[in-house]
Ligand binder design. Structure first.
Ligand code: FAD
Ligand code: MG
Length: 346
């Protein structure tokens, strides 16, 4: 898993560096740094005439991501999410406003998707353990049991920021949305510090801040779901927008020729299987894009596309296992295929 992520990271760096070198003003140089957090590699690149200031801003951004991880990780007992989980079925836990707001946003996506996205998925995520050393196919009984504790309607709120899970075995997991939130927070920091051009890449959650220094849009590659990580099947032009992809090639294991990936269908308790291999969302908020990419992946092509078309300023690219590419109506002319084995069908 780590080797795969490392390879992805190195390829992304190469691609991004190649993209960035075109058209930078001579007085503004790219300053870039990377680290490993949120279970993935993160790379931040800013353009600035003051290299030391650029490095300082990146450091501040990484510290902010660490703060978010420490509050929102389901894997850290002391985190606010960890505390809510440990007090499940018992007590309300007072959390920070940002954690409470993000849980509410996750519940909002659970409501609009009729539970296809569900932040109360924690027990199932732990049971499958995909991407961890404990990954395995659970028994049907285990899945049935875990499923009975996946229900966003049983996340209770009290006052401003108190949260409680009504059943002792319920667990919240914000893995489907918190990376997007972290990307939005980093973007905010960069804007506040006066950065006009930046690429924020939190393990595939990409935010483009401003345009390239030559005034053109950034070109963001969409991963070819069937090829090694870092191989792109198409390019989308974007500026001041985010591109977030959920795919079955990110975290998975294969047993008896069958792929088990990390996006779980809360109706079946098994990895979502509906013909989609990747769903990319393009919009202004990375939090929304993250929630929606996971949502569309679970909803499937028809329901997923219908949801995206109902939202203003949100676009998507859905790739199915037969290499067909479905674009939402606002993407016409903005997305270019670079591998002709894929076919745009609408
Ligand atoms: P997305 O499609 O955005 O999300 C998939 C993830 O969402 C799953 O991994 C699961 O966590 C959750 N999920 C699955 N099905 C659903 C569903 N139906 N509805 C809602 N959510 C669902 N990884 C590690 O290996 N170790 C860590 O310590 C670790 N800590 C993390 C801490 C934080 C705060 C965050 C945000 C992530 C962390 N991760 C960690 C990564 C995390 O486990 C997810 O794998 C990752 O966020 C998935 O992002 P994605 O973009 O690949 O997929
Ligand atoms: Mg997501």
């Amino acid at each position: 898993m780590k080797n795969k992520t490392l390879k992805y990271f190195i390829l992304m760096v190469t691609i991004l560096l190649t993209t960035f070198q075109v058209g930078c003003k001579s007085e503004e140089k790219m300053v870039s740094d990377s680290t490993y957090m949120l279970g993935t590699y993160l790379q931040l690149s800013v353009w600035t005439s003051n290299e030391a200031k650029g490095m300082d801003i990146i450091k501040t951004a990484f510290e902010r991501i660490k703060e978010i991880e420490d509050k929102m990780s389901a894997n850290i007992d002391e985190s606010e999410i960890g505390q809510i989980n440990q007090n499940a079925g018992r007590d309300y836990v007072e959390v920070s406003e940002e954690t409470s707001e993000l849980i509410k946003k996750a519940v909002h996506y659970a409501q609009v998707t009729d539970g296809a996205f569900d932040p109360a998925i924690g027990k199932l995520v732990k049971l499958w353990g995909i991407g961890t050393e404990n990954e395995r196919i659970p028994s049907e009984d285990e899945i049935r049991d875990a499923l009975s504790f996946v229900d966003y309607r049983k996340i209770e709120f009290q006052g401003e920021n108190k949260v409680k899970l009504s059943e002792p075995e319920m667990r919240i997991d914000l893995g489907g949305i918190a990376k997007g939130y972290a990307a939005d927070e980093v973007t905010k920091i960069m804007r506040e510090k006066g950065i006009k051009h930046a690429i924020i890449n939190l393990g595939g959650n990409v935010v483009t801040l401003g345009k390239k220094t030559d005034g053109s849009s950034w070109k963001i590659g969409i991963q070819d779901p069937f090829e090694p990580t870092g191989t792109h099947m198409g390019i989308i032009e974007a500026h001041d927008q985010t591109v977030v992809t959920s795919g079955n090639y990110e975290r998975y294991f294969i047993q008896d020729d069958k792929r088990y990936h990390h996006i779980i269908d809360p109706k079946s308790g098994y990895p979502a299987e509906n013909g989609i291999v990747s769903a990319s969302i393009i919009t202004n908020s990375s939090t929304d894009a993250d929630g929606l990419s996971t949502s569309v992946y679970v909803l499937g092509l028809d329901k997923g596309m219908k949801l995206i078309e109902s939202l203003d300023g949100v676009e998507c690219i859905i790739i199915t296992e037969d290499k067909k590419v479905y674009l939402s109506s606002g993407l016409t002319g903005r997305f270019q295929i670079i591998n002709n084995s894929f076919q745009i069908v609408n």
